[in-house]
Design a protein around this ligand. Structure first.
Ligand code: AMP
Length: 456
């Protein structure tokens, strides 16, 4: 498998023996509001990527995600709503878990809430001070970026080119404008924890390195997140952990997802151009959301428009109709080159997870095999191979609704209806269809015969 590494700006081999396993850390959400479908883009990609590594490449993956449950945004929201910060973070952490479950994101092994790692954060900050990489100012502690010569290596920026105020917090007490807070002195109305520097709370970046050091040690295999986190967040993580451990790189491979965009702008809470996962699912299925997110390359920006869902629905129907036709095949015919298509599909994924190309191979297979079915020349064993392939694809991508098989009595009613229809007794056929509907099922008369499906 080859994958693009932001750190080296190269597509590299993922050279980890399958049996040893991969430690993967992906930045989780700040839990102060409902998740939107921009978050879904990042988490659906990593979900499919992990499932692909596990199922197809048989790799062991230990997938860890942090939950930022203390942050300025959480405190502000709590003050606005006259609630405690922990009420806000607990509510939206629960909502996040519910949203992820509802869109089939179930590959994360461990969710780590930042506030459960305060002693680990304090320990890291103490070691940074001792080694001369951090300094105390009043009751806060800052990382001294000028002490870390590699600062900027991930985002390819030089310290001299950084501009004050551009994504770097301006704060009195810093020796240098680009220094960042490791520990923030307590302010009125803010939650605090005791520390060697007085009451206060941790900075954002230190939570991730404290969590990963605890679970994985000072170095690990893959770090992931959205492109928007490269600077300053991931840069700061590198500075912290590589300074503490003296080991480099913190993570061997850095994977970043492109942003979900609306009219050329990133979908985000602050711009107000977002659609929550819940609202999206009120009108669409989770499979439609997964299809939209997986149909473009994970590193490209993805434009979300009114047409996105329509297009996904029509692509999913094409695959579903095709799968329905395959189920009905009984004949023996000359072989169809199934593997030529399936090999192509998997090959594209092993090459930087190239979904558009992989879906291209999938639809090529649909087109060619449909032609064979039209001329009654697809054999049952070949149809079965394709059914198994589609099932593997769906285990990883979750783009097709899981078919519910109709109970025997519904199938029997459908058979009677078909008999009545064929005999020209349309009145009886309609009556039977209504009866079937009363049980929550419907019949679709396709060119390959009647298909029963559950009414949603
Ligand atoms: P946040 O809660 O803002 O820290 O975001 C959590 C994760 O979602 C991070 O990895 C972000 O990069 C990612 N994310 C946020 N907005 C978008 C977006 N519009 N498109 C893709 N990923 C996003």
């Amino acid at each position: 498998m080859r994958i693009y590494n932001t750190l080296t700006r190269k597509t590299e081999h993922l050279e980890i023996p399958a049996s040893v396993g991969i430690n993967l850390f992906v930045c989780g959400p700040t839990v102060y509001d409902y998740s939107h479908i921009g978050h879904a883009r990042t988490y659906i990609f990593f979900d499919a990527f992990v499932k692909f590594l596990r199922k197809r490449l048989k790799m062991k993956i230990n997938y860890l995600q942090n939950i930022t449950d203390i942050d300025d945004k959480i405190i502000d929201r709590a003050l606005e709503q006259n609630k405690s910060w922990s009420d806000i973070s607990k509510t939206f952490y629960d909502e996040y878990k519910e949203d992820m479950a509802s869109i089939g994101v179930d590959s994360v092994d461990t969710y780590a809430e930042a506030t459960k790692y305060i002693p680990e954060m304090i320990s890291q900050i103490e070691r940074l001070i001792k080694k001369g990489f951090a300094y105390q100012s009043a009751n806060s502690v800052y990382f001294d970026v000028r002490k870390f010569p590699d600062y900027g290596k991930l985002s390819r920026q030089k310290l001299a080119d950084l501009k004050e105020g551009v994504r770097v917090e301006i704060e009195a007490g810093k020796k240098y404008f680009a220094d960042f807070a490791l520990w923030k002195a307590s302010k009125e109305n803010e939650p605090t924890w005791p520390s060697p520097w007085g009451e206060g709370r941790p900075g954002w970046h230190i939570e991730d390195t404290a969590i990963t050091e605890k679970h994985f040690g000072p170095r690990y295999n893959i770090h992931g997140g959205g492109l928007d986190l490269i600077f300053p967040h991931h840069e700061a993580e590198i500075a912290q952990m590589e300074s503490v451990s003296g080991l480099s790189p913190l993570a061997q491979i850095w994977i970043h997802t492109g942003m979900l965009m609306v009219n050329g702008e990133k979908m985000s809470k602050s711009l107000g151009n977002f659609v929550t996962i819940k609202d999206f699912l009120n009108e669409n299925s989770p499979e439609v959301l997964r299809y939209i997110m997986l149909s473009s390359h994970y590193r490209s920006p993805l434009d979300f428009t009114k047409k996105s869902a329509e297009m996904a629905v029509s692509s999913i129907s094409r695959i579903k109709d095709f799968a329905g036709r395959l189920e009905k095949i009984e004949n023996q015919s000359p072989p169809f080159p199934v593997e030529e298509f399936t090999k192509e599909f998997w090959k594209h994924l092993e090459d930087d997870f190239s979904m558009p190309q992989a879906f291209g191979s999938l639809f090529e297979l649909v087109k060619e095999a449909n032609k064979f079915i039209d001329s009654h020349s697809l054999s049952k064993p070949d149809a079965q191979k394709i059914i198994d392939f589609i099932s593997d694809v769906n285990d990883i991508f979750g783009i097709l609704p899981k078919e519910e098989h109709a109970p025997d009595e519904i199938t029997a009613l459908a058979v009677d209806r078909e008999k009545a229809r064929k005999a020209g007794d349309f009145e009886k056929a309609d009556e039977l269809r209504e009866k079937i509907k009363e049980f929550g099922w419907d019949i679709d008369d396709t060119s390959d015969g009647p298909r029963i499906s559950k009414i949603k």
